[in-house]
Ligand binder design. Sequence first.
Ligand SMILES: [Zn+2]
Length: 288
Amino acid sequence: MKDKRLLMAFPHPDDESFGPGGTIAKYAREGVDVHYVCATRGEVGTVDAEMLKPYEHLPEDQRLGALRGQELRQAADILQLTGLHYLGYRDSGMPDTEPNRDPRAFINADPDRVTGQLVKIFRAVKPQVIVTFDPFGGYGHPDHIFIHHRVTEAFQAAGDALRYPEAGAPYQPRKLYWTVFPKRLLKFFVLVLRVTRRDPTKFGRNGDIDLKEIVAHDYPPTTHIDIRQYYAIKQEASRCHTSQFTGGPMRFGKLQKWLAAHETFRLVEPSVDGRRLKERDLFEGLGG
Ligand SMILES: [Zn+2]
């Protein structure tokens, strides 16, 4: 076990690479143990039938999960994750879709059981720093919101010997962060859509992303991690999630590279209390 330990908890394979992939790559290469807790195998969505060919021996509803688990394994190796921990639930899909009703869906799990699973991992891995989604889950995905609440609860419970005694000896992580991004540019983009008479509430390939709602959930960053040195690794890890790309390979232009120079987080524990923090390191203030 290394001196510094970082744990990220999200619900889907790809949340780690598309989100804080540069931060993971950076800390892993700086000698920090980085763990990823992934609640589901991202079983929902449509992919090219050709991609599922190698998994035809599996029941139909397990094929995509098997493929995406494989993609995450590759990404984890590229990012140099120390540990990959699945909670074993199913992707719940976007709001008001059929997969929401699957009893195996993450959002239908017993909240207490999920918290207990997280507490057990926190106590075993002993991360000083924990990262998860903000209360809106970035863009409103029900699984993102659900894991936000479970991680918040587990952060409070892990250090309390009376809670989840079966999950190991108490251990209190020091800091809790949300992945957030500055909304300024997005606000401008929403304005542009409006001016050009496009509907910002029905954005994206499936028209299921509400940009207006995303902009309304504004959680200013407290912490900027410079990932320029790790940008190429982040892209390489992101490309492992092949099933998530449609319409040919993604193009990574100069503008995107400039925008992606930093990954941003909001410190929530210990509380910022309205202070304007300007951290450059998730371990800032923790000493040695
Ligand atoms: Zn996700």
